[in-house]
Design a protein around this ligand. Structure first.
Ligand code: ADP
Ligand code: ADP
Length: 215
C-alpha cells in the first residue's frame, strides 16, 4: 500500500503513522524525522534545514524534493509500500511527488487527511515530548509514557523539540493554513482523500483510519 498522511502540526500524524506502519507493514518516510536525523548527525543538509525549522518555516523545496527522491528510489519500497508523513507541504512539492511516483510507477493509493481545528493544536504541541532515539511522540497529559520522561520502547530520556515553543508553533500553523491546506483540495480532486476526525482519542482515530482503509 502507498499512503500519504496530511494534517496540521500537532494533528497526530506521527502518532497515527506509528500505528499504520505497524499494522499495514509499510515503510514510514517522515521528512521532519529525516531532517532531525541530519541535524543530529551534523550533515550539510542538517545545517541548512535547521535555519528554517527553528523559525517554523518550510525548508526550500529543492532540498526536500531531492531528499525524498533518494528515499523513494530505494528498492524496499516496491515490495513493502510506504507512508509519507510531512511531505508534500505545498502544491509545488505535490507536483514534484506526482512526477517522481509516475516515473517510479508507484502511484498513491490513498491520502489520509487528519482534521483537527487550530484551537487544539497549541496544547498538543507544547505538551509533546519525543524520544530522540526512535522519534516516537508522547504527550504530558493525553498520552504520557509509563514512566515519566522515559520512552516506553527504548528507555531513552524524552526531550522537547526545539521548534515546539508557542511562538514557532504559531508560525507553523500559519504556514500550514497558507501553503499545505490547499493540498486537501488537490487530493480531493484526485479522488483519493480519506477525511479523518483527529479530535477523537488516539485509538478511536486509528480505528477510523482502519475502517476507511480496510483491514
Ligand atoms: P504531528 O506529527 O501531526 O505533528 P504528533 O503525532 O506528534 O503530531 O502529535 C502531537 C501531540 O499530540 C503529541 O504530544 C501526541 O502525543 C498528541 N496526540 C496525538 N494524537 C492525539 C489525539 N488523538 N488526542 C490527543 N492527543 C494526541
Ligand atoms: P510536525 O510534526 O509538527 O508537523 P514535522 O516534523 O513534519 O512537523 O516538520 C518539522 C519542520 O521540518 C517543519 O516545520 C519544516 O521546517 C521542516 N519540514 C519537514 N517536512 C518538510 C517539507 N516537506 N517541506 C519543507 N519543510 C519541511
Amino acid at each position: 500500500m502507498r499512503l500519504l498522511i496530511l494534517g496540521p502540526p500537532g494533528a497526530g500524524k506521527g502518532t497515527q503513522s506509528d500505528k499504520i506502519v505497524e499494522h499495514y507493514k509499510v515503510k514510514h518516510i517522515s521528512t521532519g524525522d529525516m531532517f532531525r536525523e541530519n541535524i543530529k548527525g551534523g550533515t550539510e543538509l542538517g545545517k541548512k534545514a535547521t535555519e528554517y525549522m527553528d523559525k517554523g518555516l518550510l525548508v526550500p523545496d529543492s532540498l526536500v524534493n531531492d531528499m525524498v527522491m533518494d528515499r523513494l528510489s530505494k528498492d524496499d519500497l516496491k515490495e513493502h509500500g510506504f507512508l509519507l508523513d510531512g511531505y508534500p507541504r505545498n502544491i509545488s512539492q505535490a507536483e514534484a511527488l506526482k512526477d517522481m511516483l509516475t516515473k517510479l510507477d508507484m502511484p498513491l493509493d490513498a491520502v489520509i487527511n487528519i482534521e483537527v481545528p487550530s484551537k487544539f493544536l497549541i496544547d498538543r504541541i507544547t505538551g509533546r515530548r519525543v524520544c530522540p532515539k526512535c522519534q516516537r511522540s508522547y504527550h504530558i497529559a493525553n498520552n504520557p509514557p509509563k514512566e515519566e520522561g522515559i520512552c516506553d520502547y527504548d528507555g531513552e530520556a524524552l526531550i522537547t523539540r526545539k521548534d515546539d515553543n508557542e511562538e514557532t508553533v504559531k508560525n507553523r500553523i500559519d504556514v500550514y493554513d497558507n501553503e499545505t491546506k490547499p493540498l486537501v483540495d488537490f487530493y480531493t480532486k484526485e479522488g483519493i482523500i480519506l477525511n479523518i476526525d483527529g479530535t477523537l482519542s488516539i485509538d478511536e482515530t486509528f480505528e477510523s483510519i482502519k475502517s476507511k482503509l480496510g483491514k
